[in-house]
Design a protein around this ligand. Structure first.
Ligand SMILES: C[S@@+](CC[C@H](N)C(=O)[O-])C[C@H]1O[C@@H](n2cnc3c(N)ncnc32)[C@H](O)[C@@H]1O
Length: 204
């Protein structure tokens, strides 16, 4: 642990995730959430204001205590029960098949053992439940991929572990999910950082 990790990184995470261009993704993805929600890597709580009336409880998981403290202050509906879990997605402290929706927004790039985390998400999701996601990751264009592969080692060090080149679709499928919606494409901005995968998946 260091001043950079404990103080600077949580603030940088909050500032970068406040980007207004992310709002339409949040509206679409969080708009589909129903029932008891597990949000993976809640960060500073930028999704919390978007949960609608079909949601009756949110379990908001993040290993970073500083980000959980910020999320507690996010402007969400106060009648919505939100339970914060200081934990990692690789070991989710919940029973099997206990949640209706798992939400992950821009976290699979950062979670160190993302494959193990996806298996955990599948374990806690009810058989009829859905994984809702928006992530950035490996682009289809060879020239962009080259940049993503070249930048990732340095980028990881300054960004708290974020990889630019993770193959999100393949990872979700390997985690035991069947995709039922996937939309991909570049958001405005530097191409290595902005190839988005948005969609939903069900347990296989
Ligand atoms: C780029 S931020 C995204 C935050 C939030 N999901 C959003 O959309 O604003 C990545 C988040 O992943 C979290 N994270 C990192 N490692 C994790 C892990 N092992 N398990 C769960 N979350 C993790 C970080 O603490 C951070 O909150």
């Amino acid at each position: 642990m260091s001043f950079y990790n404990d103080v600077i990184l949580p603030r940088l995470c909050h500032l970068s995730m406040r980007n207004k261009r992310l709002v339409p993704y949040r509206e679409r993805v969080i708009g589909g959430a129903q029932g008891c929600i597990l949000e993976i890597g809640v960060g500073s709580g930028m999704n919390l204001p978007f949960y609608g009336y079909g949601v009756h409880e949110i379990l908001a998981l993040d290993p970073a205590a500083q980000l959980i403290d910020m999320a507690r202050e996010a402007p969400y509906r106060r009648e919505l029960p939100v339970r914060f879990l200081a934990a990692s997605a690789e070991e989710i402290p919940l029973e099997d098949q206990s949640v209706d929706t798992v939400v992950t927004t821009w976290t699979l790039c950062t979670i160190p053992k993302a494959g193990a985390a996806l298996s955990e998400m599948r374990r806690v999701l009810r058989p009829s439940g859905r994984l809702l996601f928006v992530e950035h990751g490996l682009a289809p264009d060879e020239s962009v991929r080259r940049w993503q592969n070249w930048l990732t080692p340095a980028w990881r060090r300054i960004s708290g572990g974020c990889h630019l080149n993770r193959p999100i679709r393949a990872m979700i499928e390997a985690g035991g999910f069947r995709l039922d919606r996937l939309q991909t494409g570049y958001m405005p901005g530097p191409k290595p950082m902005t190839y988005m995968y948005e969609g939903s998946a069900r347990p296989k």
